[in-house]
Ligand binder design. Structure first.
Ligand SMILES: Cc1cc2nc3c(=O)[nH]c(=O)nc-3n(C[C@H](O)[C@H](O)[C@H](O)COP(=O)(O)OP(=O)(O)OC[C@H]3O[C@@H](n4cnc5c(N)ncnc54)[C@H](O)[C@@H]3O)c2cc1C
Length: 406
């Protein structure tokens, strides 16, 4: 019997969930293409950037995750174009793949709202390479302050642009590094002099949360020593400064956490997109007029019941991947329904905020829930154990082991 060819582009949360759903289903011949060789657990990426965890703690080779699946091939390829009419995918290498069904799950990348030149001074946090380069840059800045001869010139600012969960978590983590971990380790620079800014263009940080939760997070950050500036739209970014409408802040450590956009591949598809570049999908996650092409996760705009698109979250992507696997296995179309698992963000050590179906929690209990959920959803047992041990050690000692500058 002729096998059904499924090509999955992207081995993130959506792609992996779909591949797992089709694993060892003999009527399907599956190829998963990714430009990287590993699956990455983004929710803990800020901990690699802030020297708590190692890259291997939050990533795993795609090949290993799917090693049990005899009908799935893993190819490290970057896809550059899709011919929807001929049902052919073209890769950067020149290789081509044909499909009966195609799932595009290529995620998103930092978006600079038309100011692409800001990227070199204010890189985003999306990949392990980004996290390691942020870690290097920040740690190196402390070293440079230590050896400056002129006391007057000793000044270290870390600026995080964007008060969403990533910005909040990064700001809290860097406050812990500067004001707790590094204290007493330098002779000629006091890390407590470091200023950590979190800059948000809107009225509140964590704007997708309720107002009281957002205020709680702001209070926690301020108690940690973070300077939270809201209603401050960034107007200019240079090599070592940022300018908002009211002030200029000098910094060689500027991190962009203010927005993401679907990857370029989606624009190249020539289908309807929203302002974040996401493809508008039908209720079964397929593209209008192309029922054999499905867009999943951060790359898709799936309208929820109230008309707003589902948020770009790992559970949305994973549930969509699972849903598509079910449709393909049953050879039937049915509408995707998102099961809301709530939102949570940490704010430094022992503090987090959490909202789930009207329940609002903040403080150590929310932090405990955050920790358990993240350990649970890490990709495999080894990573769970490693992360648990690293956390236990750094919580007890206030130290961060991964303070290596490359
Ligand atoms: C720093 C950070 C923190 C986050 N924290 C949270 C959190 O706490 N909770 C939460 O729910 N969500 C969080 N998210 C969001 C969550 O990670 C995303 O919603 C989720 O990863 C989307 O899954 P995906 O499968 O659509 O894409 P991704 O997981 O991004 O995977 C996309 C894959 O496609 C590959 N790819 C891209 N382009 C190509 C191409 N042209 N050819 C081949 N391969 C390609 C990439 O290499 C990647 O492996 C966070 C995101 C970031 C960046």
């Amino acid at each position: 019997m002729k096998k059904i060819k499924v090509v999955i582009i992207g081995a993130g949360f959506a792609g992996i969930a779909l591949a797992k759903g089709l694993a060892n289903k003999d009527s399907f011949e599956v190829v998963i293409l990714d430009k990287k060789n590993h699956h990455l657990f983004h929710p803990l990426l800020y901990q690699v950037a802030s020297a708590s965890l190692s890259p291997g703690d939050i990533s795993m080779p795609i090949r290993e995750i799917l090693s049990h699946a005899k009908n799935i091939k893993v190819h490290m390829q970057e896809v550059v174009s899709i011919d929807k009419d001929l049902k052919v995918i073209e890769c950067k290498s020149g290789d081509e793949y044909q499909y009966d069904y195609l799932a595009v799950a290529t995620g998103s990348k930092p978006f600079y709202f038309g100011n692409d030149d800001w990227e070199k001074s204010a890189p985003g946090l999306k990949t392990l390479t980004d996290a390691l380069s942020i870690r290097d840059r920040v740690l190196y800045s402390f070293e440079k302050e230590e050896i400056k001869l002129n006391q007057e010139e000793k000044k270290l600012n870390i600026v995080i642009i964007g008060g969403g969960p990533t910005g909040v978590e990064l700001a809290g983590a860097f406050a812990e590094v500067a004001y707790k971990t590094l204290v007493n380790e330098y002779h000629d620079f006091d890390p407590k002099l470091t200023k950590i800014y979190l800059i948000e263009g809107g009225q509140h940080i964590l704007s997708s949360y309720s107002h009281p939760t957002s205020e709680k997070a702001k209070n926690y950050l301020e108690k940690l020593g973070v300077i939270v500036l809201t209603d401050e739209v960034v107007e200019e970014i240079g090599d070592d400064y940022i300018k908002t409408k009211s002030q200029k802040i000098e910094s060689k450590n500027i991190i962009w956490a203010a927005g993401n956009r679907a990857t370029k591949l989606i624009s190249k598809l020539g289908v309807e997109q929203d302002r974040m570049g996401r493809a508008i999908v039908e209720k079964d996650l397929s593209l209008k007029d192309f029922p054999e092409i499905f867009i999943l996760g951060d790359a898709a705009n799936f309208q929820s019941l109230d008309g707003s698109p589902l948020p770009s979250l790992a559970p949305v992507a994973a549930q969509q991947g699972k849903h598509l696997a079910k449709q393909l296995l049953k050879n039937k179309r049915f509408a995707f329904k998102y099961l809301d698992k709530g939102s949570m963000a940490t704010v430094g050590k022992y503090k987090a905020v959490l909202e789930w179906k009207g329940v609002k929690l903040a403080g150590p209990i929310a932090w405990l829930a955050w920790s358990l959920v993240h350990i649970f959803f890490l990709i495999n047992f080894r990573n769970k154990v490693m992360v648990f041990m690293q956390w236990a050690w750094s919580l007890l000692s206030n130290k961060r082991r991964i303070r290596i500058i490359k």
